[in-house]
Design a protein around this ligand. Structure first.
Ligand SMILES: [Zn+2]
Length: 163
């Protein structure tokens, strides 16, 4: 994916860049929406975890998603659940069902919540989040350092656009 689609969004609480979740977000930073896929039964899964929920296999690999999906469901937040979201209200929180069958909790950007529809076709895009304001992680002070929230490159979140 080209970097041209990336936008900055400072102040959001950020995921911890540790373990499998860290690997997921590092794939996003490289412009790849990747999910785990079981090497034994072929099932895709998300959120990241060690064991296949279908066959209990520990064998898996990261595989790149097509980046295409549909809005499975969504809700509109009228009041912020975190101070960094105050200026974004109202905003839609969407569950996107990917072609691979996994569902991703995210947002559909550049789409007024009133125009969002269940079943709408979407494609992935990437939102670069700067390290200068890291929301909840900042409140942990020194612990934020190793958690990736202060990573000088920031974190890239997968978001979606109407296809
Ligand atoms: Zn499996």
């Amino acid at each position: 994916m080209a970097d041209s689609g990336k936008k900055k969004a400072a102040g959001l609480p950020l995921p911890l860049m540790q373990g499998l979740h860290g690997e997921f977000y590092r794939h996003c930073a490289a412009g790849r929406l990747s999910f785990q896929r079981c090497s034994d039964c072929g099932r895709w899964r998300h959120v990241p975890r060690e064991i296949c929920p279908a066959c209990s296999s520990w064998n898996w690999s990261w595989e790149q998603s097509s980046g295409r999906g549909t809005v499975y469901t969504y809700t509109i937040a009228e009041r912020p659940m975190h101070p960094s979201f105050a200026e974004r209200c109202p905003y839609a929180v969407a569950v996107v069902e990917m072609e691979e069958g996994v569902r991703v909790l995210s947002q559909v950007v550049d789409c007024p919540p009133s125009e969002l529809e269940i079943g709408a076709a979407v494609t992935v895009d990437y939102l670069s989040v700067g390290p200068e304001r890291t929301g909840a992680n900042d409140r942990q002070g020194e612990e934020a350092g190793d958690a990736g929230a202060s990573d000088s490159e920031g974190i890239v979140l997968p978001v979606f656009r109407l296809a």
